[in-house]
Design a protein. Structure first.
Length: 678
């Protein structure tokens, strides 16, 4: 997460501050301003956050606490807990005592205010971080045991230089890094230097235990009167004495008369570790899996059966997230249509303000909210403890049945909150993921629809021209009956193309075509339309053979036309002049126990290439060029499979190719003889 220079400093957060943050994070809705205040007093945590996300230009003008708060909220409670646990407490030497660092920072802040330095928060950080990892002692306060040697001094200098570089990486001014790197200097050396250096040195002198002895020096460094400095130093000491005490652990709404020593909820490090493990336990599970895991986990944690979990839907109503102890109970709770803005319901109040609430109904007498009274009765208890749970700002409530006010100890309440919170976050993440997928699919569908509609609009113009030309040709030769028949077929096909283009942007199966077609009639139509262009003009023979009175195939005519057009086109491109394609519609056969019609296409061409013949229906790159994609046979098989038809292919190099298509019949027909089509 951090540059090597930071880790080389081997600095740890203050233990008391880290424990306080972990306690603050245990609340269902963390108090981020309070957490930011604790971090602002800790040199290691404040520096680490600003290194992880450097300060933008002029961002510090919003105030240090606001800057830190934004970074903390971006990390989130779970990652922040894991980070604090990962830092550990292996090194207790933080360079200077926590109170001394805070005292120095507050002195620098107040000196900046008194001297009208334009960026007081920079002065505060200079005081907080000065001497970080490098214990600075007041002049004369050394001992034989504590006086650093040459190697130690060199190490301190390197650490100060590393720290100065890190400050620049944070996006903070180089003058702040200079103030941290600067060691002992004479007053005359500060003449002409940046004013922040003098403020940092003056704050360091005021933080010494014998600060009164250094007042003349501080007065010369800052230009302030000694009396003003003395009064300011006294006020700062009072402020630090009050601020040094970290906020107490948040009070638990559900208390117990019995004290539970050494429980998980009493130890912030154990609590954080347990929360991390529980989050991992429910990570990326489907709702049913969450339900099953909760049902197993509750008895292990000494809890009742899985309580109802409610969330607020888009209309402001509280709905169950998982099936309650029984599906009927979930349905009853949903049928209440309890709204989050209901000012009578304790459940709605808990969802609104994210604070645990308890309600008891003595002698089964309903209170202000009949909905609360009913739910408690449905759960088989005299009252409810409404436990708030949150996931990315989404309010959720767990409903735990109670029979008396002190039924839930602080430890049990913590277990419920930890276990159900992890499950609720997983459910919320899964729902958000489904919503994102649905939104992406809707966007893609809309884009596809718009694209196809544009193409259909462009195709309509040439189709209109073609139909107009055909109509004119028919009017010029009204006595030519064969031509008129051809015109009817061509117009029918143009109408089919127009319909396909207009419906292409619709979802599949929006309009179901009747699965019925006469195969002999369809083959004649196909020869009339495509026989000349695909075969006759290339010197290839096309022969059609069909049995008499074949029953209709249970396949739409448009689907079978698309299949045959693909196969006809492939054959016309593969065959040479003088070769032929024979298409036969044979009498019915039984395929997988179902009456079917066999449609056979046999040619005497060169056959498929060996690499293609081994798997003819697998998509692969085409060697034909001219825009061929090598997926024609794949499409053929997919279309046939959609209607329960199958296709087989046999091919030998130099001996031709044979396709056998088995089409399910609409009804059983008689076996008739073959005839050559004219």
């Amino acid at each position: 997460m951090f540059p090597a220079a930071f880790t080389d400093l081997e600095l740890q957060p203050q233990a008391a501050g880290a424990m306080t943050i972990l306690r603050l994070l245990a609340a269902s809705s963390p108090n981020w301003p309070e957490v930011a205040l604790v971090v602002a007093r800790d040199p290691a945590l404040s520096l680490a956050l600003l290194i992880a996300q450097p300060v933008a230009a002029d961002e510090l003008s919003d105030g240090l606490n606001s800057v830190l708060r934004r970074r903390l909220e971006r990390l989130g409670p779970d990652l922040l807990r894991a980070w604090l646990l990962g830092l550990g407490n292996t090194n207790t030497d933080c360079g200077s005592a926590p109170d001394l660092a805070l005292l120095r920072a507050e002195c620098a802040l107040h000196l900046a205010i008194e001297t009208r330095y334009p960026r007081p928060d920079e002065a505060y950080l200079a005081g907080l971080w000065r001497g970080f990892g490098n214990a600075r002692r007041p002049p004369g306060e050394t001992s034989a045991a504590s006086t650093p040697g040459v190697k130690a001094c060199a190490q301190q200098t390197r650490q100060a230089q590393q720290l100065s570089k890190l400050i620049r990486d944070c996006g903070l001014p180089a003058s702040l890094g200079d103030a941290l790197e600067l060691g002992t200097v004479m007053e005359e050396q500060l003449e002409g230097a940046h004013p922040l250096l003098a403020l940092a040195l003056a704050a360091e002198r005021l933080a010494y235990p014998q600060w009164q002895e250094h007042l003349p020096e501080v007065a010369r460094l800052t230009g302030l009167h000694e009396g003003v400095l003395s009064s300011m130093r006294t006020d700062v000491a009072y402020i630090v004495a009050g601020h040094a005490a970290y906020p107490a652990a948040p009070a638990l709404p559900c208390t117990s008369e019995t004290h539970l020593p050494a429980t998980v909820s009493d130890d912030p490090y154990r609590s954080a570790g347990m929360l991390g493990l529980l989050t991992a336990a429910f990570f990326d599970l489907e709702p049913q899996q969450v339900q099953d895991r909760l049902a197993s986990a509750c008895p292990l944690f000494g809890l009742q059966q899985v309580p109802p979990l409610l969330t607020v839907d888009d209309s402001g109503r509280l709905r169950t997230m998982l099936p309650a102890p029984s599906a009927a109970l979930s349905a009853l709770i949903d049928e209440l249509q309890l709204r989050v803005d209901d000012d009578k319901s304790v459940i709605a109040l808990c969802a609104r303000n994210a604070h645990a609430s308890t309600v008891l109904f003595h002698n089964r007498q309903p209170g202000r909210s009949l909905a609360d009274w009913q739910i408690a009765g449905w759960l088989g208890h005299k009252g409810l403890c409404c436990l708030p749970l949150t996931a990315n700002g989404q309010p959720m409530v767990a409903l735990i049945g109670l029979d008396h006010e002190h039924a839930l100890s602080s430890e049990l309440r913590w277990r419920y909150a930890a276990l159900l919170g992890a499950a609720a976050r997983s459910l919320h993440a899964a729902q958000r993921h489904r919503n994102e997928i649905a939104a992406r699919e809707a966007l893609l569908q809309q884009r596809f629809h718009d694209h196809v509609r544009k193409i259909a609009h462009e195709v309509t113009n040439p189709l209109t021209v073609l139909k107009s030309r055909l109509e004119m040709l028919g009017m010029q030769r009204p006595e030519d009956t064969p031509l008129q028949d051809e015109m009817v077929l061509l117009n029918t096909e143009l109408d089919r193309i127009d319909k396909l283009m207009r419906t292409a942007s619709s979802l599949p199966l929006d309009e179901v075509e009747v699965a019925r077609c006469g195969v002999p009639e369809l083959l004649l139509d196909m020869r009339s339309i495509y026989g000349e262009a695909l075969f006759a003009e290339r010197g290839i023979q096309l022969e059609l053979r069909a049995a008499r009175d074949l029953p209709p195939a249970a396949v739409p005519a448009s689907a079978l036309k698309q299949v045959l057009l693909n196969l006809f086109r492939n054959a016309s491109e593969a065959l040479l002049p003088g070769q032929r394609l024979v298409v036969s519609a044979l009498s019915q056969v039984t395929v997988d126990g179902r009456a079917s019609l066999e449609l056979r296409l046999v040619d005497n061409g060169p056959g498929l290439p060996p690499e293609r013949a081994s798997a003819p229906f697998m998509p692969r790159a085409s060697t034909k060029g001219d825009g061929h994609q090598g997926v024609g046979l794949t499409v053929v098989r997919e279309i046939l499979a959609q209607w329960g038809a199958t296709i087989l292919c046999r091919s030998q190099p130099g001996a031709g190719t044979r396709f056998q298509i088995f089409l399910p019949l609409e009804q059983r027909g008689a076996v008739l003889h073959h005839e050559r089509s004219k």
